[in-house]
Design a protein around this ligand. Structure first.
Ligand SMILES: [Zn+2]
Length: 316
């Protein structure tokens, strides 16, 4: 059955990674967890991802009524943009979201306006469409220690700020894995080498907080997980090694950013400083990408991460 999935692959017993199609292939994931006759999505991509999620349910012989939960790691639109649509399509689902994110799902006006402020109406419409509001009765706030029962599985939420204040991670004791959203960074499969996966922190605007991020990553690692399931993209193992790569970069990013705090041309300098850090760690990890290829492949990340660091510098 599992080898016939069009958009998804099995990444652990009862866990599927669905490519939402947002951005490019192998960039943005929605995870589907199945236990007994019940199912839950962790992150859902955008409105335009819904057909892929529904197709995966169908291919696994599940009906939309069997979806008990739509769990959001946080309410950034590449994770939560399609939540209203998925709640409409899955009539029995309850939305699980950080207490700070709940009101933005009940009334997504401010969330969308924020995106329009950054990207413009045309781009937001093209990438995300209109966000459907979710009935408050179907929204459950999940903070530190909140437990979700899904069939035989018990999923445990952790409050993990640092990337966003409205961020949770979800610990699955059955697979010994953690759904980390964007807290534990981005791991693009294009950077895999025989040393293993690469991972990099994401500092997208506007709530990057390096001290909180370090603590969240330390707390996730302290569970000694077998693997993590970052939204970007798919399961990765060898968490202690990834934690080490992540925290080294985080420290270097902060040091570099602070050194440019008051310089003219700050954006350009920080962006180039970030590329230096990625290049160094990618090479150390055995990846032979050229600087030009790196800057092209990570163009959006370099821009957003620079913007996020600047917001943080201006607050600090
Ligand atoms: Zn994301």
């Amino acid at each position: 059955m599992t080898n016939q999935l069009t958009f998804a692959s099995s990444v652990a017993d009862g866990i599927y990674c669905i490519d939402t199609g947002f951005g490019r292939e192998n960039f943005d994931a929605s995870y589907l967890i199945v236990s007994d006759t019940q199912a839950a999505f962790v992150d859902v991509g955008t409105n335009y991802s819904a057909p892929r999620l529904m197709k995966t349910l169908e291919e696994l012989s599940l009906t939309p009524t069997q979806v008990n939960y739509v769990i959001l790691t946080h309410v950034h639109l590449d994770h939560a943009g399609g939540a209203g649509e998925m709640m409409r399509l899955c009539p029995n689902a309850q939305l699980i979201v950080h207490p700070r994110g709940a009101r933005h799902m009940i009334d997504p006006t401010a969330l969308r306006a924020g995106a329009v402020g950054v990207y413009g109406e045309e781009a937001v419409e093209e990438e995300y469409g209109q966000l459907l509001p979710i009935d408050a009765k179907r929204v459950t706030e999940a903070g530190e220690g909140f437990e979700i029962t899904l069939g035989q599985r018990q999923l445990i939420c952790m409050d993990t700020p640092g990337h966003a204040k409205h961020h949770i991670a979800i610990w699955d004791p059955v697979s010994q894995g953690v759904f980390t959203g964007d807290t534990f960074g981005l791991s693009y499969r294009e950077f895999d080498t025989d040393q293993g996966a690469f991972i990099m922190p994401t500092t997208t605007p506007i709530q990057f907080d390096p001290a909180a991020l370090r603590e969240s990553v330390e707390r996730i690692s302290a569970l000694n997980p077998e693997c993590i399931y970052p939204t970007h993209f798919s399961r990765v193992n060898d968490v202690p090694r990834l934690k080490d790569i992540f925290l080294k970069q985080l420290d270097q990013m902060v040091e570099m950013a602070v050194s440019f705090k008051d310089s003219s041309d700050r954006y350009v300098k920080i962006k180039s400083g970030l590329a230096d850090i990625y290049e160094y760690h990618l090479k150390t990890n055995g990846c032979n990408i050229s600087r030009k290829e790196l800057e092209e492949f990570l163009a959006i990340d370099l821009d957003l991460n620079t913007q996020g660091i600047e917001v943080w510098l201006d607050k600090a």
